[in-house]
Ligand binder design. Sequence first.
Ligand SMILES: NC(=O)c1ccc[n+]([C@@H]2O[C@H](COP(=O)([O-])OP(=O)(O)OC[C@H]3O[C@@H](n4cnc5c(N)ncnc54)[C@H](O)[C@@H]3O)[C@@H](O)[C@H]2O)c1
Length: 350
Amino acid sequence: MTGMALKQKTVLITGAAGFVGSRVLECFFNKYPEYRYVVLDAMTYAGDLRSIPDYIQKSPNFRFVKGDVRDKKLVDELVAQANYVIHLAAETHVTRSIVDGKVFFDTNVLGTENVASAVRRSPNVERFIYISTSEVYGTAESEFMDERHPLNPQSPYAASKVGADRLIYAYHASYGIPSVTIRPFNLFGTCQHPEKVIPRFVTSRILGEPLTLHGTGASERDYTHVDDVARAIDLALHAPAEKVVGEVFNVGNGKGVSIKYIADLAVKMISSDSKKGSIVLTSDRPGQVSRHAADFGKIQTVLGWKPTVKFEDGFANLIDWYKANPAWWQNKLDMRQVPIEIGKGKKEMQ
Ligand SMILES: NC(=O)c1ccc[n+]([C@@H]2O[C@H](COP(=O)([O-])OP(=O)(O)OC[C@H]3O[C@@H](n4cnc5c(N)ncnc54)[C@H](O)[C@@H]3O)[C@@H](O)[C@H]2O)c1
């Protein structure tokens, strides 16, 4: 035999029992079955191991570690063994952050500090992908937001993500950590918790319940399919360092979709014989972002990425999945709504 066998690469993915992480893991596992995958997840209410397919869980190349990104010793140990780190673990529900922001700052900022400083100390990490969010921008000041748009977070969740996003930037500037920051706009796909708007609409409709919309439902989001973000992460992880390290990339579609459009689509695509009204309007959420669309020109130019899944196609696919997998979401239904202060001591379930 000539030469030495190539050393097996290890990918550490935090938060991979969640919506995005589980799909990123699956896409990577299918494309790079030769890698070793270590998942670190605290299994909060948002984690569900059933989101990780059995064939991955049974593979000798897979290891699941139940643990917290706030546990510095554990994070140090796992990061030291990794060649690639993809950090997704976070508290993610905007409405919950409005009720109580503390855990958002603990996990999203201090947890990220643990991961970033472990990366700094490890001689083995070749690339560190941090998953930020477009929520860092707040309401758009221009029709399409590029990476230079001001950071005006409008919820405690968004503020915590700004903290982590800028922390990564500072650690790259100060210590040269090999980081790439991805700012996905809204994501959609299967295995998303029904507290989030798309699965909430879909599960409500399947159950014959009315769909509740914040405000008039006119606020717009830019939705990208989760498989497209997995591909963006793959490109950022394997690109030459000089093209991506220290950079921030938006991942989005460039098209706004109104919440009302999504609700109407759910009503149209999921038949229901319920006599209850199909759409109900509630007060607007405090700090609601009204317009939100991506300029994804940078990642397109640098990495050749562009979205491939059409919203309506991905939506039809996830409807089939939620219909076929009620056991996955039925035990999560009581978490769909959170009591929110809407002024003058009044509370409303949102
Ligand atoms: N879903 C979206 O539309 C979207 C858009 C942009 C960015 N993001 C970002 O992508 C990442 C993943 O989002 P998601 O939608 O999959 O979230 P999710 O809530 O579905 O999953 C989060 C996962 O992180 C785990 N977790 C939470 N706190 C932890 C801790 N202290 N230690 C270890 N694990 C912990 C949870 O158990 C869960 O498995 C987040 O960083 C989020 O900010 C998501």
